[in-house]
Ligand binder design. Structure first.
Ligand code: TGC
Ligand code: FAD
Length: 399
């Protein structure tokens, strides 16, 4: 069943570009960005509030997400991906998250946490078997790294597999897994008998594998989150990703996903800013628009300044990634800065709308609540600070 929002206003979004950053983009970048923007306006904005209120994932958008390059934008076309560069990938994430962080989550997980490891660490048979179906959305994937007792410290994981001769026997549990409740496949990180971390592709339907949904979330309500439970699951040996092992393998996927989130957060921030700006020109108090008051102008001026700084940071990071030069620490800085920036803007924008800001008539409160997950997943705000701290001092302060 498809719900249409009965409450949310029409999507009047106009993208801020204060420093004429469009001039840094190629025609292809702009074409990809504009197609994603138009799709979000048509397919996401009219329905997303209703789905978020109901805490339901809108399955009907999956096909369209595939069509705009939302699944594996940078995966080569021979595997069904869009074969785009890193800036196009970032722009797609920005536009999707302008609609909703939960929809961007589905896209990020599929692209960078499922397709990326199969492409980079898998063999040719695995690539051909899974990537084309993931690119169209015929298959949905999820990524199991976090466990109940190992979140920021995934190296401590206890999920494990034993070599039984003709198959592996997988046991353990993962928690907080985006897309888990309906995923067709899961890329699962587990330790072998020597304690070495490997990636395994677990398919829905394997005996002993279940994916209970996590309910009562106040954040990312239009994205499904769940557990992955492995109770003596027999995983065929050909489902092990053969080309990389160790904690560096999942962390390599996170580099790609965190980069996309750095762009995505700008989308959420732009939507909040644009909404607050429009409202400030229309809302009259004390016989003048609230946008004509110094206090509200301060908020708007700071918002557009921070958005512009974040746009420049991510554009430069995209260039570095295209050149294969971006470091994990540079990606951490952008993820941390931009999500924090978006959360601050969402909170200020919500206040600018007064009472209307708490309703589903506007997107701001939904963005604000979503961003509370975004600031936590893919490495918390504090973990990213420690990554920067380690990078500049040389001292890891995690332990
Ligand atoms: P550490 O000793 O630093 O590193 C272990 C090994 O990994 C190597 N390495 C990397 N390799 C490739 N790419 C990277 N980015 C790498 N970072 C590190 C490193 O060289 C080392 O290799 P070796 O050969 O010496 O063993 O590891 P640590 O245990 O001290 O942990 C470091 C820390 C805390 C930074 C890391 O564990 C971390 O990032 N923690 C945060 C966990 C996290 O981000 N989890 C995300 C789960 S997925 C998710 O949230 C998806 S939400 C998606 C959505 O819905 O959009
Ligand atoms: P903890 O690690 O317990 O951290 C709690 C607090 O302690 C945080 O503030 C943290 O910054 C702080 N802290 C931890 N260590 C240190 C330290 N050394 N020094 C200082 N402070 C520290 N995971 C997946 O694998 N796949 C997914 O698809 C996925 N999707 C998610 C979707 C949602 C909606 C959410 C909320 C989470 C998702 N996660 C996923 C899990 C996410 O990555 C973890 O929640 C995150 O890594 C933090 O782990 P934790 O929740 O166990 O918090």
């Amino acid at each position: 069943m498809t719900f249409k929002s009965k409450t949310m206003r029409p999507d009047l979004f106009q993208s801020p570009d204060y420093y004429l950053l469009d001039e840094l983009l190629s025609d292809e970048h702009k074409m990809v960005r504009d197609a994603a923007r138009a799709w979000v306006k048509k397919e996401v904005s009219p329905i997303i509030e209703e789905y978020a209120q109901r805490a339901e994932f809108p399955h009907q958008i999956v096909k369209g997400l595939g069509e705009i390059g939302g699944f594996g934008p940078y995966i080569p076309v021979e595997y069904g991906g869009a074969g785009l560069d890193q800036i196009s990938y970032g722009l797609i994430m920005q536009e999707i998250e302008r609609g909703d962080s939960g929809v961007r989550s589905t896209s990020s997980v599929q692209s960078s946490l499922v397709m990326y490891p199969i492409w980079k660490y898998g063999n040719e048979e695995q690539r051909m078997k899974y990537l084309p179906k993931l690119a169209t959305g015929e298959f949905i994937g999820c990524f199991g790294l976090t466990e109940p007792d190992f979140g920021s410290n995934p190296g401590g994981m206890v999920t494990n597999f034993k070599d039984m001769g003709d198959h592996y026997l997988l046991n353990g549990a993962k928690m907080w897994i985006s897309n888990a409740p309906f995923a067709d496949i899961a890329v699962v990180w587990a330790k072998n008998e020597e304690g070495r971390i490997h990636g395994l592709i677990v398919e829905r339907g394997m005996e002993g594998f279940s994916t209970p949904e996590t309910h009562n979330k106040w954040s990312l309500r239009a994205s499904a989150t769940g557990e992955l439970i492995f109770d003596n699951v027999k995983v065929p040996k050909e489902n092990l990703l053969p080309n990389k092992s160790g904690l560096g393998a999942p962390l390599g996927c996170l580099d790609s996903a965190r980069y996309g989130i750095a762009w995505g957060a700008i989308g959420a921030a732009m939507d909040c800013y644009d909404t607050a700006l429009r409202y400030s020109k229309e809302r009259i108090q004390f016989d003048k628009p609230i946008g004509a008051t110094q206090l509200q102008q301060k908020k708007l001026a700071e918002m557009i300044t921070e958005i512009t700084k974040a746009q420049l940071l991510t554009w430069r990071l995209g260039v570095l990634r295209n050149e294969g030069k971006a470091t994990t620490a540079q990606i951490s800085m952008a993820k941390r800065n931009n999500v924090d920036m978006a959360l601050t803007i969402a909170r200020d924008a919500r206040q600018m709308l007064g009472g209307m800001g708490i309703t589903g008539e506007y997107s701001i409160m939904r963005h604000m609540m979503n961003l509370e997950s975004v600031v936590t997943y893919e490495g918390t705000h504090d973990i990213h600070l420690l990554i920067t701290g380690m990078d500049v001092t040389g001292f890891p302060a995690f332990k």
